[in-house]
Each structure stands twice: as C-alpha cells, then as structure tokens.
Design a protein around this ligand. Sequence first.
Ligand code: AMP
Length: 356
Amino acid sequence: MIAPGATIGILGGGQLGRMTALAAARLGYRVHVYAPERDNPTEQVCAEATHADYEDLDALRAFAAACDVVTYEFENVPVIAAETIAATTPVRPGPNWLHVAQDRRREKAFVRAAGAATAPYLAIENDADLLASGLSFPGILKTAQSGYDGKGQLRVSDAADLPSAWARLGKVPCVLEGLVPFEREISVIVARGLDGQVRCFPPVENRHENHILAETIVPAPIPAAVAERAIDLAERIARYGDLVGMIAVEMFVLANGQVLVNELAPRPHNSGHWSMDACQTDQFEQCVRAACALPLGDTTILAPARMRNLLGDAVNDWARFLADPTAHLHLYGKGEARPGRKMGHVNFVPHTKPLA
Ligand code: AMP
C-alpha cells in the first residue's frame, strides 16, 4: 500500500491530471506532474513538475525515482515512457493498457478476447484489404492510431467510397467499422485494486455535439438488465487485462438491449466528472485509491445529475452558473478559450430543469 504522504506521479498535464492531483492532495499525497508543456492545468495545483519530452529516458528515470507510484492522464503517452518508469516504480494502469488503447485493431481484438462484443470491423492496411469480403457498409473508417474526438474518421456509404476515404486518411492503417444503429451511448468506469477487488461506477449516458462529449446524464436511462450487462462487460475487461488502476469503457446500447464496446480509456474520463458532486466517491479519488492500493470507494449515486462540458467561450458563462444553486462549477485554469477546447464543466445536482 502506498500510504498518504507518498508522492504520486502523473504523466500529462491536462485537466484530468489537475483533478486527479486535487483528489490526491485531499488524501494527503504529494503530486509530481511530468509534461512537456509549461504552466499546464495540472502543474498549477501540484507540488513538483518536470518539463521534458515523453521520450527523454533520463528524465523519465529521474521522475520514476522521485515518485512512489505513477499514473497517466492521457492514453497517447508513449508505451516506452511507461515501461521505462515501470522498471523501477509501479505504473497503474500498467503499460499494457496504453499498448492496447493506442491502436484500434489491438483494442477491438482485446475487447473480444475479454468476452465482450464490438461493432463488426476489419482492418484496412493495404490495397488488397479494400476488396476484402465481409466489410460492413455503411461504415466508419477510423485511423487505427491517434484519433480522438471524431478526428481521423470518415463515414463510408459503400465499397465504391472506400478507396477515396482511405486515401483521404493518408492510407495509414485503419479499421472499417459497421455503422451501429445505437439507441444511446453509455460508459462505465471501472477500478480494480491490487487485491483484485473490482468496483464500477453506474452506467451513464453520453451525448455528443460535433463529436465532442457535451453532456452526461446520470444515471443512464436504461433498464436494469442493460446496466448489469454493461457493468459485467467492464468488469470482464478489467480482469482480462489484469487491471490495477482505473479505466473507462465506452459502449453503444442497441434497441434490443445488446451492449457493444466502442473504446477503452485507461484513465479518468470526461463521462465521470459528474461523480465529483453526485457520488459517494469521485472518479479521481477512485483513481488515486486504485493506484495506491487503498480500499476502493463506494460508487453509489447521491442524486440524479447532469454534467455539461464548457467548450470554448461557453466558459464565459461562469457567473451564471455560480448564481444557480444546483450548479457546481469546475474550471481548468486554461488561458485561451479556443473553439471546442475543454475549459471546464458544470455538474447540475440534482438536475431538475432543462439546460440552456
Ligand atoms: P470514437 O472515436 O470511436 O469514440 O467515435 C466517436 C463517435 O462516433 C462515437 O462516440 C459515436 O457517436 C460515433 N461512432 C463511432 N463508431 C461508431 C459506429 N461503429 N457506429 C455508429 N457510430 C459510431
């Protein structure tokens, strides 16, 4: 067990690192952030900061030596960085989770091997794959690596469209997924301790605008049997990957109640921000508990809630939220409110009225 007073290292300096650091500080830990950028949102609330590249092995070794345990707040940290640290200091979730989450081909194969279903898909890696039998149309062509918030994705209506879509994505390795007629998108955040204890947050519904998460509705308005299925899938995935730490599992719910896994994120997740104000334990504290091998916290919902992201200049409405007794405002300390940039979020608890 890594007891309060120890130092937790976080790779990455964004808002997820910031909120993890705040939760860690509440439990009496020191936090050391490692990020290439200066004055990042995490560093503003941390005890120590290292500014170095994620491939600077000497800096990573020095960071590892200064920390008792290390976690990360975004999944594109190079696997080599996590492995370098793991040689001397526990990294939780382990580097294997980065390896899986960084490539959609590996991720889907892993999810299926864990016993969960995905959308139908095939890898597109060369010209011959464009003619493969069993491709699903209409579909979504997604780059296998480094896509996020809908970037690196194109809809493809039929086989004739596929070659030009692949060319537009630069002929990099991709997956072609069948378009799933889902009823809603949900996610489950699951933590697993060093002792194998598993705890899930209840499934929540996620609504996107322009491919970016806009709102989370808590709890997800789904039948209990569907919620149980979603939790079962998240637990299977956590166990199959021998998780120590916390991950998020994004899923599609179909009209017939079937649940398909879309993506994994081995870190705190935007769809868990509601838990900061409407759950017995918030996801950032749970992430710290799991990383430090503390007992996991209770995940009971305290009240129905709705989380709204503040993207770009929506952050300028902060005073309105302060005046609303049901609104809990969280701002990330970012400078420029560029369009689509995640500047903060608001949790409405209980959510009793429609949002503007
Ligand atoms: P992703 O980057 O895989 O999370 O995809 C971004 C968003 O695109 C998802 O949240 C869905 O709204 C939509 N999407 C992705 N894959 C599919 C699919 N196979 N069928 C239908 N919608 C999808």
